[in-house]
Design a protein around this ligand. Structure first.
Ligand SMILES: Nc1nc2c(c(=O)[nH]1)N=C([C@H](O)[C@H](O)COP(=O)(O)OP(=O)(O)OP(=O)(O)O)CN2
Ligand code: ZN
Length: 124
């Protein structure tokens, strides 16, 4: 049996974005509240009854959040163009090494704008 556990966090960050439409507002420095959810999939450890203690996932996400919250996303090393897609990849790669192999999905969204992106490792 496989189980999927998840944990959410949010961060406030600034960015600029070059776009072909609505270009002017996106090009200026502006901010968003981003939400992210990371999903880990695996079997239960028979000794603990857990895929992984959610407290450990929460600790890992805190490390990732530190690199994004109140940052200028354009300047975050390794992120690239600050899109939702690149944020999904960045979050998956920035997790502690022992958690990374179990990541099955990362979702990043902006509640206020109603847009979101999902990186789904199970379909790759
Ligand atoms: N495939 C993607 N498309 C777009 C992305 C993305 O990350 N992936 N991002 C954007 C913009 O960042 C997003 O739409 C927000 O636009 P922005 O100019 O930052 O803000 P708005 O003017 O739309 O909204 P505000 O409420 O004024 O912040 C576009 N496409
Ligand atoms: Zn924006």
């Amino acid at each position: 049996m496989l189980f999927t556990i998840s944990q959410r966090f949010f961060f406030d960050a600034a960015h600029t974005l070059r776009r072909e439409i609505e270009a002017e507002g996106s090009r200026r420095v502006h901010g968003h509240t981003y939400h992210a959810e990371v999903f880990l999939t695996g079997p239960r450890d028979p000794a603990t009854g857990m895929v992984l203690d959610l407290g450990l996932l929460r600790q890992g996400l805190a490390v990732v959040r530190e690199q994004l919250d109140h940052h200028m996303l354009d300047e975050v090393p390794g992120l690239g163009t600050p899109t939702l897609e690149n944020l999904c990849v960045f979050i998956a790669q920035a997790l502690p090494a022992d958690l990374r192999p179990r990541v099955s999905r990362v979702r990043v969204w902006r509640e206020a704008l109603g847009d979101s992106c999902v990186l789904d490792f199970s379909t790759h």
